[in-house]
Design a binder for this molecule. Structure first.
Ligand SMILES: [Zn+2]
Length: 226
């Protein structure tokens, strides 16, 4: 898990990166308001022309089949339009340092200022709390938040028993699908622990997380389904 909004990349939302796009949008909206009368049907379709970070999200929609949706507080992520605005080339593995319930509560809390896209439970059930197109504040590093999908695992870094067979299997399926979606290579340069994010003071997933086993499982899922 992670803290500190400034490092997480909260705030202005990186709007400065796309001045042309925003300028075009504002110009178009102004022209519509000042001039032509729009048909109802046209109005309802206008959002298709908006950048993805301004489009309405479909309530309850998930990016991983079978995941349960629980919405994180909007203070804990930034709406975006990935991979169009930011390329996604990393998966970051975390450990919750607490129960599943406490992690969900933290991510629902606007004061927490951090949340990951997914939580994988000890029994292998997967919960999604932030859409992959949005930038979750999980890595404690703005650039890494923008380029990655964050997966929390229920448990404690110092407790080897936290990391169950069911958890490894479910998480590997999830990571394999993410790698397939964004053409991310299945290797340790692209599937990393929070501990490996530049500038972090976090240690998760810790010494008991079996990287060899995890990568093997991800690779198996990746090749089996594509
Ligand atoms: Zn973490």
């Amino acid at each position: 898990m992670a803290t500190e909004k400034a490092r997480q990349g909260g705030g202005d939302g990186g709007a400065g990166r796309w001045p042309g796009r925003r300028a075009v949008l504002v110009g178009g909206a102004a022209a519509a308001a000042g001039g032509a009368v729009l048909w109802r049907g046209e109005l309802s379709r206008l959002w298709w022309r908006l950048p993805g970070d301004q489009r309405p999200r479909v309530a309850g929609a998930v990016d991983f089949a079978g995941a349960r949706w629980v919405a994180a507080s909007s203070a804990n992520y930034r709406r975006a339009d990935r991979p169009d605005d930011y390329a996604v080339d990393r998966v970051v593995v975390h450990v919750t340092q607490g129960s599943y319930t406490s992690a969900v509560k933290a991510f629902e809390d606007p004061g927490h200022q951090a949340a990951a896209h997914y939580i994988v439970r000890a029994d292998g059930r997967v919960t999604q709390m932030i859409r992959e197109l949005d930038v979750a504040f999980h890595a404690g590093n703005r650039e890494y938040n923008e380029r990655s999908v964050g997966i929390e695992h229920e448990g404690f870094v110092e407790k080897a028993a936290s990391f169950t067979d069911a958890m490894y299997a479910a998480s590997a399926r999830l990571t394999a699908r993410i790698c397939a979606r964004y053409a991310i290579p299945v290797d340790r340069a692209h599937i990393i622990g929070h501990v490996e994010v530049p500038g972090t003071d976090h240690t998760d997933p810790g010494p008991h997380w079996d990287w060899d086993r995890y990568l093997r499982l991800v690779l198996r899922e990746r090749t089996a389904r594509t």
